[in-house]
Design a protein around this ligand. Structure first.
Ligand code: CP
Ligand code: NVA
Length: 306
């Protein structure tokens, strides 16, 4: 299969990723100026959601419409995927009718298996392992607010989850230093850590992680699919809350990002999203612009299958 997929940030070169961020900023400006831009007329994106979503669904759906195309929401409850039709078979059929497929799933292998049988680009809309689309929006937000992230220091506080794993890939691809402060036993993916070498440091103390940091980010302590661990996680992660005092210990130019949804009073203090250093709302909007750049990049301007 010759289609280009976006399952991880490593599926693009650093140059391509920088190009996507630049394009996202241009597309944002076009939209602000009310310029109609419809390069994906008649193109259709299928969106398979095995987990809940607000931002990812809305940004892909609105993005396709704004680019002149359409998006179809597919829930496993209403498709044969939920009744056991093999992923590979589903990929062959769906990709014969669609121009791209976005999948939000549990096991990352669902994405790789679908992609292996798909004639059209497959986009990772979040798996248990990675959330690369979110990182496009995060990098766009940093570039807009502070310029290039190359050589900067980023602190990830809390769970070594899918978002944290994608931050490790971003550290490699966008060339920044990453410090992860997480409790013992909640480290990010070991293979990714090994591949990242000195680019990523694991520390236990949030204060040690944020010292001199230009970007601080965190995420929920209990990700989708881990609900039965919630009570235990709440206790374990209590010392990892990001609050104004923690940001005060970072570089004076620090910005704070949160992929959302946020749990105020847990991973962030009640007031953190109101702090001027938080760019979480801009970051959420940037999902739209960054993914429009991604769709434009991946979806063939003219219909053809290899
Ligand atoms: N950040 C993010 O992916 O949000 P949703 O779960 O609402 O899509
Ligand atoms: N880590 C969170 C991210 C949600 C956007 C989860 O997987 O539920």
């Amino acid at each position: 299969m010759s289609a280009r997929h976006f399952l991880s940030l490593m599926d693009c070169t650093p140059q391509e990723l920088s190009g996507l961020i630049r394009r996202a900023i241009e597309l944002k400006d076009l939209r602000r100026r009310g310029v109609l831009f419809e390069p994906l007329k008649n193109r259709v994106l299928g969106m398979i959601f095995e987990k809940a979503s607000t931002r990812t669904r809305l940004s892909f759906e609105a993005g396709m419409i704004q680019l002149g195309g359409q998006a179809i929401f597919l829930s496993p409850r209403d498709t044969q995927l939920g009744r056991g039709e093999p992923i590979g078979d589903s990929a062959i059929v769906m990709s014969s009718m669609l121009d791209a497929v976005m999948i939000r799933t549990y096991a990352h292998s669902t994405l790789t298996e679908f992609a292996a049988h798909s004639r059209v680009p497959v986009i990772n809309g979040l798996s248990d392992d990675l959330h690369p689309c979110q990182l496009l929006a995060d990098m766009q937000t940093f570039v807009e607010q502070r310029g290039s992230i190359q050589g900067k220091t980023v602190a990830w506080i809390g769970d070594g989850n899918n978002m944290c794993n994608s931050y490790i890939e971003a550290a490699l691809q966008f060339d920044f230093q990453l410090r992860v402060a997480c409790p013992q036993g909640y480290e990010p993916n070991a293979e990714l850590l090994e591949a990242a070498g000195e680019r990523v440091q694991i520390v236990r103390e949030p204060l040690a992680a944020v010292a001199g940091a230009h970007l601080v980010s965190t995420d929920v302590w209990t990700s989708m699919g881990q609900e039965e661990e919630a009570a235990e996680r709440l206790k374990l992660f209590a010392p990892y809350q990001v609050n104004r005092a923690l940001l005060d210990a970072a570089d004076p130019s620090v910005i704070f990002l949160h992929c959302l949804p946020a749990h105020r009073g847990e991973e962030i203090s009640m007031d953190l999203l109101d702090d001027p250093r938080s760019q979480a709302w801009e970051q959420a909007e940037n999902r739209l612009h960054a993914q429009k750049a991604l769709l434009e990049f991946l979806v063939e301007p003219a219909y053809h299958h290899a």
